[in-house]
Design a protein around this ligand. Sequence first.
Ligand SMILES: Nc1ncnc2c1ncn2[C@@H]1O[C@H](COP(=O)(O)OP(=O)(O)OP(=O)(O)O)[C@@H](O)[C@H]1O
Ligand SMILES: [Mg+2]
Length: 407
Amino acid sequence: MHADSVAEKALATTEARLRALLEAAVDAIVSINERGIIEIFNAAAERMFGYTAKEAVGKNVSMLMPTPHREEHDDYIARYLFSGQKKIIGIGREVVGLRKNGTTFPMELSVAEALVGDERIFVGILRDITDRKIAEHALQASKEKLETAVAELQAKNDEIRQMSQQLWLAAKLASVGELAASIAHELNNPLATVCLRVESVLMRTPPDDPRRRALEIIDQEARRMGNLVTNLLQFCRRGAGQSSTVDVSEELTKAVELIEHHLRKRLINVVQEFEPNMPTLFADRQKLRQVFLNLLTNASDAMPEGGTLTLRLLNGKMDNGQDALIIEFVDTGIGIPPEHLDKAMEPFFTTKEEGKGTGLGLAICRRIIQEHHGSIQLSSELGRGTTVRVALPIRHGTNVRQLREKM
Ligand SMILES: Nc1ncnc2c1ncn2[C@@H]1O[C@H](COP(=O)(O)OP(=O)(O)OP(=O)(O)O)[C@@H](O)[C@H]1O
Ligand SMILES: [Mg+2]
């Protein structure tokens, strides 16, 4: 055989082999020349992009890329040829492909360059990584879901811990109330005995006896103690409320009397500014007392260095225009920072040291005032003082009927 034809045959065999390899490859293989013109477009590339090799070969490779890469691709090649600066060649990276039908998909691209004769060609090997991307996204999503679930669980856990703490406090508060009530009850009898004995001794003591003054003081103090015990019992009493006609100014005065000693010790000056002839309210006396005592205690706690507590009682209106009785507790204490103002009435919100405040005071006040269809508002200026304004609607009809029943 002629040497040339042997060489030709070998060449043809090699080319056929190469072609078979190209067509059998799982990955898309696309080669371009220096001008970006497609020269090889294998079967996998046909499946991937939807173009036949016939349609693709001879066209600019930018047809396989979406905007903006499409416009920039020629520049990429030019820049590379000019500067040797590699962006993709030999590196491989994820890019976006454009199919004939206009849809895009993620693909992994690696590019190699080769010299054929004196012309340089670039061979790109492409793999559609849509499935991998989907899996990655699914993994990411489930990871995020898991993280959210863990965070939620953590929050619930914290909530439960906080709730059990609150329950414990509430239980403690309830048992302290019961304890106070039972002690007060126990104190009643011996106190009554003391009062009776002092009275009888006093009756047998002549007016000019020097010991008489001491006896009078004992009598007075024992009575005061008796009042305190009675009040304490009333304050601790629980259960279904009972409504009756209530003279609010009288109740306010009584509440102040109950903690008078405490207020005096703290150098707190109480000023009462009551409008005269205020109408009576149809209300639950016990509960109103509880409100007043809570608010007085808060005001007193807010003035550790002393100050002035002004109690105002005046006629006013509810937001809906209904006649109302307005009670204001104005202190010159430490005040409430703005960020605490909304939270102060929430159950268990307290800034007081452990064991001192339960944070229930204002929450109870709000509930009781709501039960009376009234409103309670806090306003405060840090370092200057706090005003608690309670508005209780006056239901004229009810009050008049109640008064008649009393007469
Ligand atoms: N007059 C006031 N001046 C300043 N801060 C106040 C006043 N009244 C309430 N606060 C703030 O609001 C918080 C909640 O008050 P609340 O009466 O509900 O609970 P407490 O007084 O802390 O505890 P408790 O009343 O159960 O003993 C207080 O801890 C305090 O920080
Ligand atoms: Mg309180």
